[in-house]
Design a protein around this ligand. Structure first.
Ligand SMILES: Cc1ncc(COP(=O)(O)O)c(C=O)c1O
Length: 388
């Protein structure tokens, strides 16, 4: 298979070949990566819930009671009472009439977008939207208009020019995964109303993170009930796996009937569902965890700035530390790792040339000592590489 060899060697030559890091321990703030003890500053386990004893117990009890697998898709034998309980929990959490669980966040985006948009429709998508949104747009065969990042003036022009389509869908990340900034939701809601478009928000990085209760971007902006299709994942702050869409009862019933990634895949296993359900209970009962997350993010951000680093966005626990040059960025990430901090370098093609960064994420479970250690390591690595 010559083409595979050729493609791999192209990736190698252009420094684009990806390798996996191996975790030898859990997603705790202190873990072992590639055999080396380090502080974890790159997990999406924002609330640290993957380590929570109640989630672990919920998973084990679910296995005892329900077994290890769901045995079928939701529309055949895989629709356990547990799935329905979780969907009710999510709907209450999102303050929405109903919700539907998919096997991953990726599948939620692809399933929902392809169900609501087809050849006769047009989708307006922020240029920095997640790959699963991009893939959903492609698979839908709708016309896709990509607007410059958060540029609602450009979006409005595109909306004005779009004639002759059956449906219009505006889709955006709530928190952008590589930049940590937020969608301009108030203006997007206005535009969706003015131009009669559906609005879909991906709250993968906002679920359990943004808003007073952690309910996401709409709650953060006081716009609950204004976003037609609220997507999120159970794999990040919720500490489990799976994705969801919350919205009107009709939308959810429609997705059950039309979303192919929901229909044609075996349901998530009981342990995963029970874990997510337990996580939502904890998020509801213990607001302190969410507060700790934001206090930690604030502390680390201001410490990094004091040390001379520039931070690309200050609105979420995703802290992109701007380096600029791609090689320098990768050197910085390596240096950080050699000093015991694991935070990846992000470079083109994931981000535009000249905007490479080290992507730091904070968890509620980082201690002050972890944060201070991270700051000291950043300062030392930055000085040695002439970045600060
Ligand atoms: C913005 C965004 N949307 C969707 C996803 C997909 O979610 P999942 O990992 O649950 O498939 C991710 C993360 O991978 C993400 O960052």
């Amino acid at each position: 298979m010559k083409f595979i060899k050729e493609e791999l060697s192209y990736l190698e030559r252009h420094d684009l070949h990806r390798r996996l890091n191996t975790m030898y321990d859990s997603q705790a703030s202190r873990t072992v990566v590639n055999g080396k003890d380090c502080l974890l500053f790159s997990s999406n386990n924002y609330l640290g819930l993957t380590e929570h004893p109640r989630l672990k117990t919920a998973a084990m009890e679910a296995i005892d009671r329900w077994g290890t697998g769901a045995g079928g898709s939701r529309l055949t034998t895989g629709n356990l009472k547990l799935h329905e309980e979780l969907e009710n929990t999510i709907a209450r959490f999102k303050n929405a009439p109903a919700a539907i669980v998919f096997n991953t966040g990726y599948m939620a985006n692809v399933g929902a977008i392809t169900a609501v948009a087809g050849k006769e429709d047009i989708i307006f998508s922020d240029e920095l939207n997640h790959a699963s949104i991009i893939d959903g747009c492609r698979l839908s065969r709708a016309k896709a208009e990509i607007f410059p990042h958060k540029d609602t003036t450009a979006l409005e022009k595109l909306l004005q020019q779009a004639h002759g389509y059956r449906r219009r869908l505006i889709v955006t990340d709530g928190v952008f995964s590589m930049d940590g900034d937020l969608a301009p939701l108030p203006r997007l809601v206005e535009l969706a109303e003015k131009y009669n478009a559906l609005l879909m928000v991906d709250d993968a990085h906002a679920t359990g993170v943004l808003g007073r209760r952690g309910a996401g971007t709409a709650e953060h902006f006081g716009l609950e009930g204004k976003v037609h299709i609220q997507m999120g994942t159970l794999s990040k702050a919720v500490g489990s796996a799976g994705g969801y869409i919350a919205g009107s009862r009709e939308l959810i019933d429609y997705l059950r009937n039309k979303a192919r990634s929901f229909i044609f895949s075996t349901a998530l296993p009981p342990s995963v569902i029970a874990t997510a359900n337990a996580a939502f209970q904890i998020i509801r009962e213990n607001r302190q965890i969410l507060q700790n997350l934001h206090l930690n993010a604030q502390y680390l951000r201001s410490g990094l700035k004091q040390k001379g680093f520039s931070i690309l966005a200050e609105e979420s626990p995703i802290i992109p530390v701007f380096i600029g040059d791609a090689d320098k960025t990768m050197q910085m990430a390596e240096k950080l790792f050699s000093l015991g901090v694991f935070a990846p370098g992000i470079r083109p093609p994931t981000v535009p040339p000249g905007t490479s960064r080290v992507r730091v994420t904070v968890m509620a479970t980082h201690t002050r000592e972890d944060l201070d250690r991270c700051l000291a390591v950043f300062a030392r690595a930055g000085q040695e590489l002439g970045i600060v």
